[in-house]
Design a protein around this ligand. Sequence first.
Ligand SMILES: Nc1ncnc2c1ncn2[C@@H]1O[C@H](COP(=O)(O)OP(=O)(O)OP(=O)(O)O)[C@@H](O)[C@H]1O
Ligand SMILES: [Mg+2]
Length: 243
Amino acid sequence: MTDRVVTFHSVRKLYGSFQALSGLSFSINKGELYGLIGPNGAGKTTAIRVLTGLNRHSSGDVTVLGHQPQDPKLRPLLGYMPQETALYQDLSVEENLRFFGKLYDIPAVELNRRVNDLLAFVDLEKWRSHVITELSGGMRHRASLAAALIPKPRLLVLDEPTVGVDPELRANFWQRFSEMQRDGTTILITTHYMDEAMRCDRVGLINHGQLVIEGAPAQLIHDANVSNLEEVFLKLAKREAPQ
Ligand SMILES: Nc1ncnc2c1ncn2[C@@H]1O[C@H](COP(=O)(O)OP(=O)(O)OP(=O)(O)O)[C@@H](O)[C@H]1O
Ligand SMILES: [Mg+2]
């Protein structure tokens, strides 16, 4: 049995005639914290939407925890924080968390415990009864992260989770990700912050829907003969489309 939690093999995703993924191949090992980086429009969110079964890929192979992305068996195993907050705007923070808990069939006592723990973690206890439209952008992001953590997933997928989040909470988020990883959770994260990418076990740089380079951050810096990950990015993530 393989230790691969996610595999993408030559995956293409077409939107009309536009190829958002053009033969993307990468894999994530069990327990790994894997970072997907790349310029705006590179295909990171598209890859995540394919992985989570929200969009069907046009060709190639994708497996997630041994299942096809659309397999309902995958649902309870996956936590997903989308780039655009996907919460019910007219429900309160707490109602949103409870709603997600019910989707995952979490027993009431355990759900109470998780809701309280997560509200404390994202520092929204005082806001628990407020509807989402009353929250600031960063607070919505925090509520969205709490919702993604409700199922205690085997694979946690986070699409730019720390955008608009203040530095103290950003540090808390990363501490939590490390703790979850220690507990055996595999994590896929996308980020434009190179200090965050440095904290990943491995990073995949994608551009124009393809993997450009992949490896441990320190190795990538060494191989590119530069002094930091930002320089690797600037060197390799060219804007022009390949010929
Ligand atoms: N529903 C859609 N219909 C048509 N084109 C789309 C659609 N969704 C994404 N695209 C295109 O696919 C490409 C990849 O977009 P994607 O959102 O995956 O990029 P990204 O790497 O997540 O970028 P960002 O860093 O800005 O979040 C872009 O050129 C985008 O315009
Ligand atoms: Mg994106």
